[in-house]
Write a protein that binds this ligand. Structure first.
Ligand SMILES: Cc1cc2nc3c(=O)[nH]c(=O)nc-3n(C[C@H](O)[C@H](O)[C@H](O)COP(=O)(O)OP(=O)(O)OC[C@H]3O[C@@H](n4cnc5c(N)ncnc54)[C@H](O)[C@@H]3O)c2cc1C
Length: 416
């Protein structure tokens, strides 16, 4: 069966879903045509982009995207749900465009395991997918914090129900209450994100819960990015900033953060736990950078532990920031490399990626930060290009409005 016909056949039967696909091809879904098969695990900024660009740049590969959720909630802009400047619906995305416009087979399920010697993955519904190339983009997994129950003490570091829970807790917080946020040691997802959240919440509390106090417990010795902007904002909001405060455990019922510097009790406690690569990376023996992140060759994002497997986004361990904009860039480098490898040539030898973060500082102002990374042949690593580094001089309303232009572009480049 020609691939187009196979895809049309799948679409005729409504086979975008795993259940029906498995019914038509019981057991193993494999290439009927001999065309290369690429399976992508995870449909966030990294996984959705690589799936899209593999098909955008080539109609000779079949791409299957496996993602359990039918709706993706962007962590980017999710702090604006906390101060009611955005709702979750405005930062949610479906996978229908990827399926319909780019011919990606989208299966809503978990990948439970990878059989690298057989080049196949096992889905929770029992289906096996064979691959020529596998891309893993599962984001982050939280590390254990003794006593932490995220149903009582939200992290809101993966957007969706957790964002709503934290927003509801803030809305119910007493006037003159206390909000405490904990920041893990680097590396973690979105370096400016926790400081941004502290600012947005402090600004919102000023008018909605006057007399309330915000305390930032930072495991790092100092604010890790944009220290002047965030430091000035903390001073103007009266935020208490505590460096070197390493979280040891949590009393989730009493909302107490227990640190090396003592106990901090809160009316609303927001614990952002330490992070590592997604579980599927760790359980597949791919976390060979400090036992937490996946070592990859930045020319192709192919694992340094297992061939034919590529890891992109927050799970990769190249030293590039764990952020959505650069995950989108890594995905394009990876897609290009996979297409070259599948056609018998070598990955492009001088890839460049770009990171960008806009941080709301209040309900009407924002700052920004950007940097370019380039492949360094001598070390085989991605290196920050020093002269590319840029940051806002001060928060402004112009930055705030440009933030939405930036996110519209990023969201469209990933999901549309
Ligand atoms: C408050 C906040 C603000 C932020 N602001 C910015 C910003 O301004 N700029 C910026 O660049 N970044 C920002 N980020 C960071 C950005 O959101 C993340 O870096 C980005 O989402 C990482 O993309 P990813 O695809 O690696 O992971 P994710 O977006 O987490 O996607 C991973 C996907 O994989 C799926 N998955 C996991 N395991 C499996 C499995 N076994 N099988 C199938 N699917 C699986 C998950 O369901 C998930 O949908 C922010 C983050 C936060 C929390």
């Amino acid at each position: 069966m020609a691939n187009l016909n196979r895809r049309q056949f799948l679409q005729t039967l409504g086979l975008a879903s795993a259940a029906t696909a498995a019914a038509a091809f019981p057991g193993v879904i494999k290439a009927a045509t001999g065309r290369p098969q690429v399976v992508v695990i995870g449909g966030g900024f990294a996984g959705a982009t690589v799936a899209k660009y593999l098909r955008y740049w080539s109609n000779t590969v079949d791409v299957t995207l496996v993602e359990p959720n039918t709706t993706y909630y962007s962590p980017i802009l999710s702090n604006l749900v906390l101060n009611n400047q955005r709702n979750l619906g405005q930062i949610s995305f479906s996978y229908s465009t990827l399926a319909q416009k780019y011919g990606i087979q989208v299966i809503h399920d978990w990948v439970d395991s990878i059989n690298a010697p057989n080049q196949s993955v096992q889905l929770r519904n029992g289906t096996t997918l064979n691959y020529d190339r596998l891309v893993i983009a599962p984001g982050i997994e939280f590390m254990d914090v003794p006593g932490l129950d995220s149903n009582k003490v939200p992290h809101a570091w993966k957007a969706g129900a957790q964002t709503t829970l934290l927003q509801q807790q803030l809305a119910a917080m007493p006037v003159g209450g206390s909000f405490v946020i904990t920041i893990p040691a680097t590396p973690y997802r979105c370096p400016p994100g926790p400081y941004e959240r502290a600012c947005v919440v402090a600004d919102w509390l000023r008018t909605n819960k006057p007399g309330s106090k915000v305390t930032v417990l930072d495991a790092n010795p100092a604010i890790v990015v944009e220290p002047t902007i965030f430091g000035n904002a903390f001073a103007s909001y009266g935020v208490e900033y505590v460096p070197n405060a390493v979280l040891q455990s949590v009393d989730s019922d009493q909302r107490v953060a227990k640190t090396n510097l003592g106990d901090f009790k809160a009316d609303v406690l927001n614990v952002i736990p330490p992070q590592q690569a997604g579980a599927i990376v760790l359980q597949s023996g791919l976390a060979n950078v400090g036992g937490r992140w996946a070592g990859v060759n930045p020319l192709s994002y192919e694992s340094t532990a297992v061939p034919n497997i590529h890891i992109i986004g927050d799970s990769q361990g190249t030293g590039q920031p764990k952020a959505g904009h650069i995950a989108n860039a890594e995905a394009k480098v990876c897609a290009d490399a996979i297409l070259r490898l599948l056609s018998g040539s070598q990955p492009y030898a001088a890839p460049v990626t770009n990171s960008a973060c806009y941080s709301p500082i209040s309900a009407s102002t924002a700052s920004w930060l950007t940097a370019v990374y380039a492949y360094d042949q001598a070390s085989g690593a991605m290196k920050l290009v020093p002269e590319s580094f840029g940051a806002a001089a001060a928060p402004s309303s112009k930055n705030y409005s440009r933030m939405f232009d930036w996110t519209t572009n990023l969201f469209n480049d990933t999901f549309a």
